[in-house]
Design a protein around this ligand. Structure first.
Ligand code: AMP
Length: 394
């Protein structure tokens, strides 16, 4: 069956039409500048991208345009909307309510709305996409796939913060974790590449993109992850600080006469390798600059060192590790980062093979045959995971 996968941002919308039997992408595309002027890039499988700039006042119009492209006699991939069996929506925050994907009902929409406080930029955009699809295709089953769901198996010792317990009880302040669809896909794929079952392995997934998070996946279940109540905690990211002493917030606010919101904005948008290097949030730019710029070189080291520290923590949390998988923009493409991070892991008996590590964007074992821990490069595929979960539920 054909599944339409929708990933909505506040002014953008990514889509893929996936045949769930063959797992082939029939078409994919992107609507940008929704509510501003509008730009649509549509790409049927095996053909060139088609770029248009139709008026796109809101998400409903954007989705209408996507459906027109998918059924277009020339550039379309299906004859009519009857050939689409279901829609799978990526939803960023499902709180504690959603431990797995679910069919979208009015009740589910209300529950997603209740999670808006945790993801005020992301969840409302997901809901706009859901409501727009509901309006345009009222009889089609829809499924919500949550970024947080895979992490709901974490034990209390991993998800509780050491602050007064009443804040957890009253407001749900706890670790939720994100990128769950990616961590789920990559941990399962790593096991498949190794010819083993996820239930037999302790795996650390390093999702290293512009946003970055690690997860400890023990026997197929997530037991810890580095992002927290929000996607700000944990690793050093493109523009996000990751972990820091919470007292820094008040210190900077006092020194610079800023409000708490302004400091939060700095931690989310002006920190990470961008803030540290002063060069860019794009790791390729920082790497190029690092050749003759010590500050940029330090920024890369801080990033890699933090990843290595978390790997150590998760090896301890699981009392061992069988496999470490690198994924997302940097993890899939940057062999140098993978090599430097792996150098920290000698005590685990992990040995990277420089020749095998010379890969970009493909499934590969990159450790030596005698490495005690398997190191892997595994391109993530969140859209396929959303299509699989959607097909399974409808
Ligand atoms: P993502 O958020 O998964 O799309 O990842 C985006 C990040 O991946 C950007 O910061 C890119 O700099 C980084 N990236 C993509 N390709 C490469 C590469 N070949 N080398 C280093 N970083 C890369």
């Amino acid at each position: 069956m054909n599944i339409l996968v929708i990933n909505c941002g506040s002014s953008s919308l990514k889509y893929q039409l996936i045949d769930s039997e063959t797992e082939k992408v029939l078409a994919k595309g992107l609507c940008e500048r929704i509510g501003i002027d509008g730009a649509l890039t549509h790409q049927p499988a095996g053909k060139d991208k088609i770029k248009t700039t139709p008026a796109m006042p809101d998400h409903t119009v954007a989705i209408q345009l996507v459906l027109e492209q998918l059924t277009d006699p020339e550039n379309g991939v299906v004859k009519s909307l009857d050939e689409i069996s279901a829609v799978g929506h990526r939803v960023v925050h499902g709180g504690e309510k959603f431990t797995s994907s679910c069919i979208i009902t009015d009740e589910v929409i209300k529950e997603i709305e209740a999670c808006n406080v945790f993801a005020p930029l992301h969840n409302p955009a997901c809901l706009i996409g859901i409501n727009a699809c509901k309006e345009l295709m009222p009889n089609l089953p829809m499924v919500a796939v949550f970024d947080t769901a895979f992490h709901q198996t974490m034990p209390a010792k991993a998800y509780l913060y050491a602050i007064p317990y009443k804040y957890y009880e009253k407001y749900g302040v706890r670790r939720y974790g994100f990128h769950g669809t990616s961590h789920q896909y990559v941990s399962a794929k790593a096991a498949e590449i190794l010819g083993k079952k996820p239930e037999d392995l302790k795996i650390i997934v390093c999702h290293l993109g512009n946003g970055a998070s690690l997860s400890a996946v023990k026997y197929g279940k997530c037991v810890d992850t580095s992002m927290g109540l929000t996607p700000l905690e944990g690793l050093v990211m493109g523009t996000r600080s990751g972990d820091l002493d919470p007292a820094i917030l008040e210190f900077i606010a006092n020194q610079e006469n800023l409000t708490l919101s302004e400091v939060m904005n700095i931690l989310n948008k002006e920190s990470g390798v961008a803030g540290l290097s002063g060069v860019s949030s794009d790791f390729r730019d920082v790497r190029a600059a690092a050749e003759d710029n010590e500050i940029a070189a330090n920024a890369l080291e801080v990033h890699r060192y933090r990843v290595a520290k978390y790997i150590g923590a998760y090896a301890a949390a699981m009392n061992g590790v069988d496999a470490i998988a690198f994924t997302a923009g940097l993890g899939e493409n940057d062999s140098e980062s993978r090599a430097v991070i792996s150098e920290y892991l000698g005590y685990l008996g992990a040995k990277i093979d420089p020749e095998r590590n010379d890969v970009r964007g493909e499934d590969a074992i990159i450790s030596t045959d005698d490495s005690k821990v398997a190191l892997l490069c595994v391109p993530t595929n969140e859209e396929l995971m959303i299509a699989r979960n959607t097909a399974a539920l409808v």
